[in-house]
Ligand binder design. Structure first.
Ligand code: SF4
Length: 353
């Protein structure tokens, strides 16, 4: 996607439709150097899909590194399908929402089995794959296949809520319905990929959550929130969810610079990830390590929960369990939650391993 060298005059912009204005703005100001935009050929849909799933949980700046690392190890959809689950999870380590990584692999396997190793070029068939919702399917359709399918991510919702004055919490079903209706009404037929990327970029770069730069916005003349001076009221703020606090009692065994980790079960938090032995209560911890001494506690936030991690030292080790002993530098080879890195860092600040 190359930007046009021709700058539109303001008279040109006034006569253009909502979608055309965004396409013109994208050509001149949008992002064109994101790693997944450099892909071409048959791997492009896979790269777009991977980036969309990663972007569901974090910012572009952080996704770039994860994306590059993932693609350098698993550059094609077929390689993802053939990869071991632990390998996929280790490439995902630190991003959270590990089921998304599992679903990526499952969907890739279905594509190999049923779609000749490619992502299908059809919205409904894409939506039938594990982990692909309507907006992700539409992003693949528009960004990879240049089809006029509208998307609906957080940035787009913010632009729509302000420009069209859509009331209601953005994720409420009645509000979502309005967003999708507007998205359908404002499809872009000529340059769908530019429009999709342009809408996302406009939300990320101009119509930002705080202090939007309306003077730089290509749709400022028709923006209803701006006209009525109510930008700060749109989109409606989400009601605060009371976060559940969970205590976890963790055992840190360190022998000759190596730490004992175990694979968690497929239930509870962090299923099938590597972590130090942990327990829901102190009594259970002392049952396996009567010599345990509390060393430090730290707080780790998940989306809807706050974990209080209480770390104990012990020399006793539960012989019934199969532990792996790893050096901190080897952690990257084992899928693990970010909390493990925090614990190890805290420990390293006090000791040298
Ligand atoms: S004019 Fe301002 S509030 Fe309206 S869409 Fe543009 S940046 Fe957002």
């Amino acid at each position: 996607m190359q930007p046009s060298l021709l700058k539109p005059s303001s008279a040109d912009l006034e006569s253009k439709s909502f979608s055309q204005k965004i396409v013109v703005w994208y050509r001149n100001h949008g992002r064109k150097d994101l790693p997944w935009q450099r892909s071409s050929g048959e791997d492009k849909p896979y790269h777009v899909w991977l980036s969309e799933i990663m972007l569901q949980q974090t910012q572009v700046i952080k996704v770039k590194d994860y994306f590059n690392r993932f693609i350098s190890e698993l550059p094609t959809l077929k390689q993802l399908a053939a990869a071991d689950e632990q390998k996929v999870l280790s490439l995902w380590s630190g991003l959270g929402y590990y089921n998304r990584a599992r679903n990526l692999r499952k969907a890739a396997q279905i594509c190999v089995k049923e779609h000749q190793g490619q992502l299908p070029e059809d919205l409904n068939t894409l939506m039938a794959l594990p982990g692909i919702g309507r907006s992700t399917a539409a992003a693949i359709m528009s960004l990879a296949f240049d089809q006029p399918e509208p998307i609906m991510d957080g940035n787009v919702k913010r632009v729509f809520a302000r420009h069209f004055l859509v009331a209601g919490e953005p994720n409420k079903s009645s509000t979502l319905k309005q967003f999708w209706q507007l998205a359908e009404q404002h499809r872009e037929q000529v340059r769908p990929a530019f429009y999709t990327q342009g809408l996302m970029d406009l939300g990320a770069m101009v119509c930002t959550k705080h202090q939007p730069q309306c003077e730089k916005c290509p749709i400022n003349e028709t923006c209803q929130a701006k006209a009525q001076d109510v930008i700060a009221d749109f989109p409606e703020k989400k009601r605060r969810v009371v976060q559940q606090e969970i205590n976890l009692y963790c055992l840190l065994h360190v022998v000759q610079g190596q730490i004992a980790v175990e694979l968690r079960t497929d239930k509870g938090i962090w299923p099938q990830l590597w972590f130090i032995p942990s327990f829901d209560n102190k009594q259970d911890l002392f049952k396996v390590a009567s010599d345990a001494k509390h060393h430090f506690s730290l707080t780790h936030k998940l989306t809807h929960r706050i974990l209080q991690l209480h770390v104990y030292f012990s020399e006793e080790i539960d012989s019934k369990k199969r532990h792996n002993w790893i050096k901190p530098a080897e952690l990257k080879h084992k899928p693990h939650p970010k909390a493990l890195e925090h614990i190890i860092t805290q420990y390293q600040n006090q000791h040298s391993i």
